[in-house]
Design a protein around this ligand. Sequence first.
Ligand SMILES: *[C@@H]1O[C@H](CO)[C@@H](O)[C@H](O)[C@H]1NC(C)=O
Ligand SMILES: *[C@@H]1O[C@H](CO)[C@@H](O)[C@H](O)[C@H]1NC(C)=O
Length: 507
Amino acid sequence: MSTNAYKYNKCLPLKSPMDILVPFYIFMAFRTNIISTIAVNGVSIPAYVPQDNIAIDCGSSGNNTAPDGRIWEGDLNSKFFPSQYQNNASVTYVTDPPPPQVSSVPYQTARVSHSEFNYVVPVTAPGQKVVRLHFFATPSYGDFNSSKAFFSVKAAQYTLLSNFSPVLAAYALDVDGVVKEFCLHLEEGKSVLNITFTPVSSISESFAFINGIEVVSIPANLYYSVGSQELRPKFVGQPDINYPIGNDTAMEMLYRINIGGADILPANDTGMFRSWGLEDDYLTVPGYSVLPVDPSDNLNFSVIPRYTAPSSVYQTARSMGNKDRALIKSYKLTWEFPVDTKFYYLVRLHFCEIESVVNTGERVFLIFLANQTAEKSADVMGWSNGERYTPVYRDYVVAMFGNNGGDQKRVNLSLALQANPDDWRTVYADAILNGVEIFKLNDTTGSLAGLNPDLVGTTPPPPVHQQATSQTITTAVVSGVTSGVALLSMVGLFICLPRRNLNNVHP
Ligand SMILES: *[C@@H]1O[C@H](CO)[C@@H](O)[C@H](O)[C@H]1NC(C)=O
Ligand SMILES: *[C@@H]1O[C@H](CO)[C@@H](O)[C@H](O)[C@H]1NC(C)=O
């Protein structure tokens, strides 16, 4: 398996500030990973079994099996897609032959409509859910030219996407399949989740499409602050203030990274079908850092639940290196993640002591988020009750409102680790990180979408190059770009030369 599979973005140099739009993608391709399962009577079951595990293959019928074995249910004549009102105006489309660059299930078929349509997803219990929307950015769906696909998506009372263009999102990232992942809480008493797709009204012949929808239960306390006080997010920049994630919060997952490790496919998650990606595109100051690995399966989930993240997240890490103290103290190990301004972000940092540190207080370091101090004395051994191989995490909420009231749409959220400058506080001048997750929190109007200037829809996407590649891409997870407008302005500024194999392109 080739790690080069990820490195295919052939964009020409970008002009500032648009370069910060270079977003996030994960390939869900060809990786084998340790599956986070536990063996029960010789049968391997995931650490978490979701009560609702719904995967809808839009535009098809019956049960369809994806390459990873997951079964997706077609929406034709199904309980998920009531045939009434405007839903009847939508049509289904089959890409024929099947697109080679993405998996046929759920990407070969789609539901397409010039008017609003609505999925009604029955759930067995209310509570916390992850919702994933899958889009195959083919240039056209029959007579529907995908450059006209601009639409919003609402789920329950939240606006998940607004003026969203899957094609532009895909072009910007040079991928074919786009996955948007959200978390929300379905209120007590609700037995269905409504998901509504609405083409934007300001563009003539605009339409909406969708290829696949997942609704999967997650543990109530996985990301929401329903459990212990101790694990509540710290509000960065506001000492001693927590920022609990309440049930009224909806979040968009932007980055989910296995630091120092490989990507992790949905089937190898702890039961919630999350994908974990590579850090490579975000590591801006690697310094003298090294990649400790401990593949032995001796993790001890005594502080956090086993379902929190796959074991392979904790078995790999990046630490600052074992060079001399002066060198280690000469830099901050830094990652940067492009985000929309004017939102709050939840940042989860995953840690596990897999190196030679054996005692509490031996490796005490500093953590900065958005250039503010998040931890003055991070001590993974202390957090894990003095036990090695014991995964822990810490949550932080960071406000990203841009500089000096400026009107930047995107900024970088930086994450920096610093070895302790005070030698007397620590045995090792070092720091460690095993994983990162970053979520955007909904604004006061219940929206997760970036703001929309009037430009939308005036620029067509760039031409597609029909260039064959030997690589087969299963699909890609894309996030970090929610605004069709941001994308449109990007398209105006740079040209991508995608290496893809779009057999179904009309030149
Ligand atoms: C939030 O939702 C969870 C799961 O539905 C529930 O257990 C918890 O009581 C709720 N919290 C509040 C404050 O309503
Ligand atoms: C933002 O972060 C990315 C890495 O994620 C980096 O390539 C880019 O240079 C950064 N932009 C700025 C303005 O610092």
